[in-house]
Design a binder for this molecule. Structure first.
Ligand code: GUN
Length: 294
C-alpha cells in the first residue's frame, strides 16, 4: 500500500505543539514571540502567502508585526527598516517575502537581516552552517520536505536522493540536508541530460521544477519515496505538482499529494524557526542577566 504523506495533518500537529510551547513561556511571564513580515507591492500570490503566515502566527500566539510597503519603496528604505527590526528586543524573527521588485537587490536584503532573526534560513551564514552540518535555521520548504521524508520511514543512510531543481530556496539546502543524513545526492536542473536516467535511480525523489506533471510512472523505480514541491496552476485553475500523482502513486512507497503535501508544511516550519529564534533570544538574555559582569 502506498503511503500518502499528509502535510496538512502533520502541519496541524506541529502548529498545536508550537502553540503549547509558546503558552508555557507566556505562563512563566515571558513576552510573546515576535515575527515581522515585510511585503513589498501587491502581487496576489505573495499577498496570499503572507496573509496565511500572519494568520497562522497569530493562531499559535506569535505576535505579528506587519509591514505592507508600496512597490516603489527604495532599497535604502527597506534596509533601514530591516536594521531597525534587527535592533528591536520584541522582534525575534524577520521575513521579507520574495520575490522583491527588480530595483531591489535581493542578496543585499538577505544579508542585512540579522542571522539570528533570519527564520527563512536564507542568510549566507545560515546556509553556510547548514552546508557544514551545523544548521541553525533551515529554509522552510526543504525542512518541511525532511519531516515528510522522515514520516515515510525511508532509510536515508546510503540511499540515493535525486533532487530536481537547484534553487537557493529549495534544491541546494535540500541537497545539504540529504548529505548531512548520509544519503548519496544527485542534483538535476534544466540542463541535465537524460533526466529519466537520473530519476529512475532515485530511492528518494524531490522535485521542485515548476513543470506540471514532468514526472510520470516511467520516470521512477518501484518503491521510491516522492516529495513533490511543485505547485503549478493549470489553465483551468487546477493545482498540480511536478509529479503526475495518479500515474506514479501505485509505484511509489510513499508520495506527497498536491495540494496538501509540502505546501502546508512551509508555514509550520517558518513558525517552528520563529519559536526557536525566540527561545534562543530568551536564553541569551537570561544568560546576560544571570552573569551581568561577563
Ligand atoms: N517566496 C517563496 N517562497 C518563499 C519563502 O520561503 N520565504 C520568503 N521570504 N519568500 C518566499
Amino acid at each position: 500500500m502506498t503511503q500518502i504523506l499528509d502535510g496538512k495533518a502533520m502541519s496541524s500537529q506541529i502548529l498545536a505543539r508550537l502553540k503549547n510551547e509558546v503558552n508555557e513561556h507566556l505562563q512563566k511571564g515571558s513576552r510573546a514571540p515576535g515575527l515581522a513580515t515585510i511585503l513589498l507591492g501587491k502581487d496576489p500570490a505573495s499577498a496570499v502567502y503572507v496573509r496565511n503566515k500572519r494568520k497562522r502566527a497569530d493562531d499559535v500566539g506569535i505576535k505579528s508585526f506587519e509591514y505592507d510597503l508600496p512597490i516603489q519603496t527604495t532599497q535604502i528604505e527597506l534596509l533601514t527598516l530591516i536594521e531597525d527590526l534587527n535592533n528591536r528586543d520584541d522582534i525575534d524573527a524577520i521575513l521579507v517575502q520574495l520575490p522583491l521588485p527588480t530595483h531591489i537587490d535581493t542578496s543585499t536584503v538577505i544579508c542585512t537581516v540579522n542571522p539570528s532573526k533570519d527564520v527563512d534560513g536564507f542568510h549566507p551564514e545560515n546556509i553556510g552552517k547548514l552546508s557544514l552540518g551545523h544548521p541553525r535555521f533551515i529554509p522552510c520548504t526543504p525542512k518541511g520536505c525532511m519531516y515528510l521524508i522522515q514520516a515515510s520511514k525511508a532509510k536515508l543512510l546510503g540511499a540515493h536522493a535525486v533532487i530536481l531543481g537547484r534553487s537557493n530556496i529549495v534544491g541546494k539546502p535540500m541537497a545539504y540536508m540529504m548529505l548531512n543524513t548520509d544519503a548519496t545526492v544527485t542534483i538535476c536542473h534544466r540542463n541535465t541530460q537524460n533526466l529519466r536516467q537520473q530519476t529512475k535511480q532515485a530511492d528518494i525523489l524531490i522535485t521542485a521544477t515548476g513543470v506540471p506533471h514532468l514526472i510520470g510512472a516511467d520516470d521512477v523505480k518501484e518503491g521510491v519515496v516522492v516529495i513533490d514541491v511543485g505547485i503549478n496552476k493549470l489553465e483551468d485553475g487546477t493545482l498540480v505538482g511536478d509529479v503526475d500523482f495518479d500515474d506514479v502513486k501505485d509505484k511509489a512507497a510513499a508520495i506527497t499529494p498536491v495540494p496538501g503535501g509540502v505546501g502546508p508544511m512551509t508555514i509550520s516550519m517558518l513558525l517552528e524557526n520563529t519559536v526557536a529564534a525566540y527561545c534562543n533570544h530568551l536564553a541569551s538574555r537570561n544568560k546576560h542577566e544571570a552573569y551581568p559582569s561577563l
